[in-house]
Design a protein around this ligand. Structure first.
Ligand code: GLU
Length: 376
């Protein structure tokens, strides 16, 4: 039997489609020319199941969504102490391109704003790596998170480089504080190549699922980064991922997330799933308008807020019986307790396992056990 998730995603996309508020990013000419009507949503569970709706295979540039992944690479390549000495973990409450440096040390406040992301880029790869080798390390690292080879969009890259005055200003400030130790122009060039990596919504969901899965890419089973790095990255996404809208996001959606100015948005729910959306019109914070609405819906419909406390559970399986014989046999499980109802209905176990084919939806009375039927 088909999963109910694609139908759910299609319904939710239809609900947000009429919202044409916001504008595509204007400061990178190539992004301003993007088709603003594109819309996609993809769920990738930690067991490798992927469901998408809309335009999940349309490619766009990753932009700031690269930041948590490149921060993860810097932590892996240089170690926590060396990275934390140069990039903080405090929300800046300022716009993504603000020159937010600590007064005394000149350290960028966090790796999700441009100042911190440019620094994190400079800390990837081994010591003495060349700028070209570093870009290669970053593209290969992003590809490992996605589980397929990614490439750079040279047109978007050139378009952004021509208009990179602000990022260059940030990099020169970082150089003056000794946070960057090499040519600021070469570092910004590498950072912009990082932002210009082409991805689809499907790729982004898989990258988020790799974070949700303790750093293991679900389809390839490759350990891309270790669990301690993932914990650090998800923590920073939770507090700083949505720029100066991070507090609203934390209370209303409650999923560690990161947005990009091309219109992508990811969320990673530890132990459960990666979510990605794509819609190019942005709000005043630089976050996708329809993407934010989609995540608000997902969180509310499925109880995905990480702070949501499930009711205390007793034994989950109340009864487990087989009814009928042969091809008509059906297993009936009566389930109770702290189950994520929607995911169970979709045949997805909240803890990542399970390939159940639910034949009947949940009981509408929350005090009664859910009755799920699987074909044998
Ligand atoms: N390449 C963009 C910049 O540095 C990324 C910004 C974003 O996606 O928020 O300006």
């Amino acid at each position: 039997m088909r999963s109910v998730v694609p139908d759910y995603l299609t319904d939710v996309l239809a609900d947000v489609e009429s919202d044409t508020s916001g504008e595509p990013a204007g400061y990178i000419p190539e992004l301003a020319a993007a088709d603003p009507e594109r819309l996609a949503a993809v769920f990738a569970t930690v067991d490798g199941t992927v469901h998408g709706a809309g335009d999940p295979d349309v490619a766009f540039t990753i932009q700031s969504i690269s930041k948590p992944f490149v921060y993860a690479m810097a932590l892996s390549d240089r170690g926590f102490d060396r990275v934390l000495a140069k990039v903080g973990v405090e929300p800046s409450e300022e716009a993504f391109n603000e020159i937010s440096l600590e007064n005394d040390t000149g350290r960028p406040r966090n790796p999700m704003i441009n100042a911190g992301a440019i620094t994190a880029h400079s800390l990837t790869g081994p010591e003495n790596v060349t700028p070209v080798e570093r870009v290669d390390r970053v593209v290969q690292g992003l590809s490992a998170f996605a589980g397929r080879q990614l490439t750079v969009d040279e047109t978007v890259c050139a378009s952004e480089m021509e208009n990179a005055h602000r990022n260059l200003a940030i990099a020169y400030m970082l150089r003056s504080h000794g946070i960057l130790t090499e040519d600021p122009r070469a570092v910004v060039d590498g950072y912009i190549r990082q932002c210009s990596v082409l991805v689809t919504t499907r790729d982004l969901a898989m990258m988020a699922a790799t974070l949700a899965n303790r750093g293991v890419n679900p389809p390839s089973d490759e350990q891309v980064v270790d669990g301690a790095v993932v914990r650090q990255v998800l923590s920073v996404m939770a507090t700083c991922g949505m720029y100066d809208a991070a507090g609203d996001w934390a209370t209303q959606v409650g999923i560690p997330a990161k947005s990009g100015v091309a219109g992508g948005l990811i969320g990673a729910l530890p132990g459960q799933l990666g979510i990605a959306t794509f819609s190019p019109r942005l709000d005043r914070h630089g976050n996708s308008v329809r993407g934010v609405s989609l995540f608000e819906r997902f969180s509310a419909d499925m109880g995905l807020h990480v702070m949501e406390v499930p009711p205390a559970a007793r034994a989950v399986v109340r009864s487990n019986r087989v009814r009928g014989d042969g091809a008509d046999a059906i297993r009936v499980l009566r389930l109770q307790g702290s189950l994520s109802e929607f995911l169970w209905c979709a045949g997805i176990n909240r803890h990542g396992g399970g390939d159940g084919r639910a034949l009947r939806r949940r009981s509408s009375d929350p005090r009664r056990p859910r009755v799920m039927r699987w074909r044998l």
